[in-house]
Design a protein around this ligand. Structure first.
Ligand code: PLP
Ligand code: COI
Length: 371
């Protein structure tokens, strides 16, 4: 098969058996989040003393893996999540990808993995999106979810940083992650379990944090809730974040409160963008410790009028209920347009190119098709 150099450093070896147009259309109709994958993946390999090499875009395929690969035993891994958006003219854009590149580098440092440079990160995304351009949805609310990840592939049971590491990016057409309906998502506040500890890995985007959230997430489901909300491990008092998104509260006076970046929560790029948009509107935004009791009492008294989850997958999703072993509180829907609705519209309007991008967050990765 013909090999062509597409970007500075990623060589493209096209998939010989890509999905047919019909298979792709079927797969892209209402995909379950993260269950449908495109025809290609980006890949590079790192060896101690040699650095990153073999940058390539290849057919999506299972990875032959030694059973002793360190990631399978010690979870030395880091990952990212970001989306590519198709604009009305057919061009394709990424939202703040350099922020994801910087966060992946920070996560890699925490996990003693080699960093992927911003240049390689961008080249992998651009090469993959170009190879799978037909997989970028054009339907409202849909996008191509990109999953860059780095993991220890060295066969070794020694507990030490691996000498062989892989960087991959997969792509998945996606729609909504959570279904809020008319009432908002029900949330389970975990009392017995914590996601992260001071000095641990909560601030890094790494597999183990999500592994730790599975059992509490299962508990949430058993109580009819869609997501789990964690409290801080030290005092068991302050809300931190959900299993896969950040939390924002809106007060009756229109001001905003959200947990500060304490070192145990993920510094969400959606969170940062939303806080910026809300500050642009002149709202007072506080990033500070936020006690669970302040939220429960605030919802009860009407001092807190909205709670919402935010993240790449969830975008902005209103919370409708907070439950745990000792409380069950409904968050009433706001009359008229909520802050969550308004900020969701502002964010998605700029992501989909329907509104100006005052902060220069969008990066074009594919031009509009000619003609
Ligand atoms: N918190 C956690 C634990 C997450 O997994 C995510 C999703 O990536 C977020 C917050 C939100 O981060 P971002 O907005 O960068 O997607
Ligand atoms: C993302 O939003 O990118 C995440 O990684 C969250 C996960 C729950 C899908």
């Amino acid at each position: 098969m013909e090999t062509q150099a597409l970007t500075a450093s990623f060589t493209v070896i096209p998939n010989r058996h890509p999905a047919s147009d019909e298979e792709r259309w079927l797969a892209m109709e209402n995909p379950v989040f993260g269950k449908v994958f495109t025809d290609h993946m980006a890949r590079a390999t790192w060896r101690d003393g040699e650095g990153w090499a073999d940058h390539r875009i290849v057919a999506l395929a299972p990875l032959p893996m030694h059973p002793g690969a360190a990631v399978l035993h010690y979870a030395q891994q880091a990952f990212e999540g970001l989306k590519a958006y198709r604009h009305e003219d057919g061009s394709v854009w990424l939202f703040r990808p350099e922020a994801n590149a910087a966060r992946l580098a920070a996560s890699c440092r925490r996990m003693a993995l080699p960093e992927v440079s911003e240049q390689d990160f961008m080249a992998a995304l651009e090469g993959l999106i170009a190879a799978d351009r037909n997989w970028v949805p054009g339907t409202p609310g849909a996008s191509l979810y990109l999953r860059p990840f780095v993991f220890a592939s060295e066969p070794s049971l020694l507990v030490q940083p691996a000498h062989e590491v892989e960087f991959l990016v997969t792509a998945s057409p996606v729609g909504a992650y959570l279904s809020a309906g008319d009432t908002g998502v029900p949330i389970w506040v975990s009392r017995g379990y914590h996601r992260a500890n001071p000095g641990g890995t909560g601030e890094a985007k790494t597999a183990g944090n999500y592994a730790a959230s599975m059992l509490p997430q299962q508990e949430a489901k058993e109580h009819g809730c869609q997501q789990v909300l964690f409290l801080d491990a030290k005092e068991d008092t302050y809300v931190e974040e959900f299993g896969g998104m950040n939390l924002v509260a809106v007060r009756a006076d229109g001001s905003i409160v959200t947990p500060r970046l304490s070192g145990t929560i993920l510094p969400g790029i959606t969170r940062d963008s939303i806080l910026t948009l809300l500050r642009d509107e002149g709202r007072n935004v506080e990033e500070r410790d936020l006690a669970l009791t302040e939220i429960l009492e605030g919802v009860e008294s009407g001092e807190i009028v909205e709670l919402f989850a935010c993240g790449t997958a969830a975008v902005v999703t209103p919370v409708g209920r907070l439950a745990s072993e000792d409380f069950d509180v409904t968050v009433p829907r706001v009359e008229g347009e909520s802050v969550a609705d308004a900020v969701l519209a502002r964010l998605t309007d700029l992501q989909y190119g329907r509104a100006e991008d005052p902060h220069g967050w969008m990066r074009k990765v594919l031009d509009a098709p000619e003609g």
